[in-house]
Design a protein around this ligand. Structure first.
Ligand code: GLA
Length: 399
């Protein structure tokens, strides 16, 4: 028995496997190649992006995960079945790139897919999970986005658990980002598998358009309600918290399909719903106003509040073209965001006492105007552009 005990324990490891705890206690922040560059990626692009994120303040504002999305590998595995970084795109290899990113104060993220092929047709992870997890660990990978193309009849929960166990066995802590598009209600089971899970199909740079299976951000925002049966006022928010987040997809902030107002509203509302903040624009070439938006620490603090509560829509009045979203913060504070859903600029009035969840009197700060805005005993009115927002932080008035 003495001799077989270690063997039995070793065999039991996969059964005891778990996700790495203590990671992503606030929603992960970073930059991902996909939304702007798709397959047009390289180590030069990643290095230029990292340098830009240091110079423009993004890294220090919290955007630390730099994630290579689909198309980073060669089209086939090698003779041993190992994944091979595309030698043209990454001539120095991914260990060197991981070392470079770590030395610059970033964390290194990578993409693959639970199916046999990725969505772009590159080798997927199926049947190679444990060997791939070892490769990722050897390259210093800190974050894995794992897609759901070409999955055949596989069961989502069981399939993602295999990769979770493989990461655990490889031994390097990795934030595990499930990209299953919400098809099998990952919010109900993914909390023990990974740290974030996509809730919908893909986003693109539009307010509420539709292009194939991609959607504008307002449609995705609305789905955070309608996807969950018997939805209470919090929609999918009830499933989120420190270490386990709903992922409504990456940011389109600064992309050409959005007006500045739409970028600002998108960013504000992603912060209200405690979304992962993965910038997707070309951060080497962005306007000062987009840079200031992405690095606005008062806005980011709403997303990154340690209480980790996902916000929700407290009020929607279609006739008045207004939606009001609220997020509970730590220390009894609240964030409130009013969105003009109409096609033209309009006066929006926030009647604080109509927001049933927020009880008591609060000092109000208008975050974008950078001004005090009275207290919640009186309604607040301001002119707001089409698809733009007002964003407030409410602090309890001490009695
Ligand atoms: C899927 C994902 C996207 C992106 C592409 C890459 O569509 O949902 O976020 O990773 O694959 O091919």
């Amino acid at each position: 028995m003495k001799k077989i005990l270690p063997l039995l324990l070793a065999l039991a490891v996969p059964a005891l496997a778990q996700k790495f705890e203590g990671l992503a206690l606030t929603p992960p922040m970073g930059w991902n190649t996909w939304n702007t560059f798709a397959s047009n990626i390289s180590e030069d692009l990643v290095k230029q992006t990292a340098e830009a994120m240091i110079a423009n303040g993004m890294r220090d504002a919290g955007y630390v995960y730099i994630v290579l999305d689909d198309t980073w590998s060669a089209k086939e595995r090698d003779a041993r079945g190992d994944l091979v970084p595309d030698p043209k795109k990454f001539p120095s290899g991914l260990k060197a790139l991981g070392d470079y990113l770590h030395a610059k104060g970033f964390k290194f993220g990578i993409y693959n897919c639970a199916g046999a092929r990725t969505c772009g047709g590159y080798p997927g992870g199926r049947g190679h999970e444990f060997q791939d997890a070892l490769a990722y660990a050897s390259w210093g990978v800190d974050y894995l986005k794992y897609d759901w193309c070409d999955h055949g009849t596989a069961d989502a929960r069981e399939t993602y658990k295999i990769m979770r166990d493989a990461i655990h066995t490889a031994g390097r802590p990795v934030v595990f980002s499930l990209c299953e598009w919400g098809q099998n209600k990952p919010w109900e089971w993914a909390g023990e598998v990974g740290h974030l899970w996509r809730t919908t199909g893909d986003i693109y740079d539009s307010y509420d358009g539709r292009k194939g299976w991609a959607m504008g951000w307002k449609r995705i925002l609305d789905l955070q309600y309608s996807l969950v049966e018997g939805s209470g006022p919090d929609g999918l928010g009830r499933y989120a918290g420190p270490g386990h987040w709903n992922d409504p997809d990456m940011l389109e902030v600064g992309k050409e399909g959005l007006s500045f107002a739409e970028s600002r509203a998108h960013f504000s509302l992603w912060c209200i719903i405690a979304a992962p903040l993965m910038a997707g624009n070309d951060v080497r070439h962005m306007s000062p106003e987009i840079r200031d938006l992405l690095t606005n620490r008062d806005v980011i603090a709403i997303d990154q509040d340690p209480l980790g509560k996902q916000g929700f829509r407290a009020l929607a009045e279609a006739g008045k073209n207004i939606e009001i979203w609220v997020k509970e913060l730590s220390n009894g504070e609240w964030a409130v965001c009013a969105l003009n859903t109409g096609p033209t600029a309009a006066e929006l009035t926030v009647e604080w006492n109509h927001l049933w969840t927020i009880q008591g009197n609060f000092q109000v700060r208008d975050i974008y105007a950078k001004t005090a805005a009275g207290d919640t005993s009186k309604p607040y009115t301001a002119r707001v552009d089409s698809h733009d927002v007002l964003l407030f932080r409410l602090t309890p008035v001490k009695k």
